[in-house]
Design a protein around this ligand. Structure first.
Ligand SMILES: Nc1ncnc2c1ncn2[C@@H]1O[C@H](COP(=O)(O)OP(=O)(O)OP(=O)(O)O)[C@@H](O)[C@H]1O
Length: 251
């Protein structure tokens, strides 16, 4: 898919030698009456993990929304070939009170393949089983979402994303609020998914997770404050400058 608003030169590569899964140039986007993203030019390398980092309100979720195709750019150029992206929302955005089991939650990932509430096919059920296994939550399948720990719920949401069988997985804060071990398990899992052919983009306040990514986009007030390898982007001085007034991310 390619949306063109303004012609501009292609952006340089964030991972030298790596093909891009998504490119955008001079991209502007936001909400009615409120522009949030200002002239972003970057690319998301294919078969790699990219971390979107920045203070609260810097536009990370909005950029994920643009990449997911649910927020339409107001100007600029966006090119995202390949399958429809799968979006994994913030854990907190999924209500505790929803009367859904883990399995039903993962099955919702198949709705896009054939519409709401349709009967699942045998193939759908196999895809769901495989996503549950991949996230090691097969034994939790009958449990209610509201009974799960933060890490278990996060794995359920990622399984729902995997069930969409997209080659582009967009995650909003997948490790934020988890303890060290649960966060590291999620990070390791995302790395494994890349080896399976998936391109990962995650918005995160978790600097450990961001530093283990292959590429990083640093946002400040909706503009790009840095892009490239996390070691080059997430420097002490860059972070100190960004978070002076905005509180600190988790180291
Ligand atoms: N639905 C909306 N309508 C209007 N403005 C919005 C909407 N969603 C977010 N915003 C505004 O857009 C700006 C960027 O928000 P966004 O959620 O993209 O930031 P973020 O970097 O993901 O923040 P956080 O780290 O707190 O999740 C904020 O000023 C926010 O108030």
């Amino acid at each position: 898919m390619k949306i063109m608003f303004i012609q501009s030169t292609p952006p340089p590569s964030d991972l030298p030698g790596a093909p891009a899964r998504v490119r955008f140039a001079e991209l502007c986007a936001g909400y009615p009456g409120r522009q949030v993203l200002h002239r972003l030019t970057a690319e998301i390398p294919a078969l790699a993990t990219t971390a979107l980092v920045g203070p609260n309100g810097s536009g990370k979720s909005t950029l994920l929304g643009v990449l997911a195709g649910v927020i339409r750019p107001t100007s600029g150029e966006l090119s995202r070939d390949g399958t429809r992206p799968a979006f994994v929302p913030q854990r907190g955005a999924v209500g505790d009170a929803l009367p859904l089991t883990v399995r039903q939650t993962v099955e919702m990932g198949r709705w896009g393949a054939g519409g709401l509430w349709r009967r699942l096919t045998r193939r759908d059920r196999l895809v769901v089983d495989s996503a549950l296994d991949r996230l090691h939550i097969g034994d939790l399948a009958p449990r209610q979402l509201g009974e799960l720990s933060g890490g278990q719920r996060q794995r359920t949401l990622i399984a729902q994303g995997l069930a969409q069988q997209s080659d582009l997985l967009l995650l909003d804060e997948p490790t934020t609020g988890l303890d060290l071990e649960a966060g590291e398990r999620i990070t390791a899992l995302l790395t494994d998914l890349v080896a399976d052919g998936v391109t990962i983009v995650q918005a995160t306040h978790d600097l450990r997770a961001a530093r283990s990514a292959d590429a990083c986009l640093l946002l400040r007030e909706g503009a790009l404050a840095g892009r490239g390898h996390p070691a080059d982007v997430l420097t002490t001085s860059a972070l100190a400058g960004l978070w002076t007034d905005a509180g600190h991310p988790s180291a």
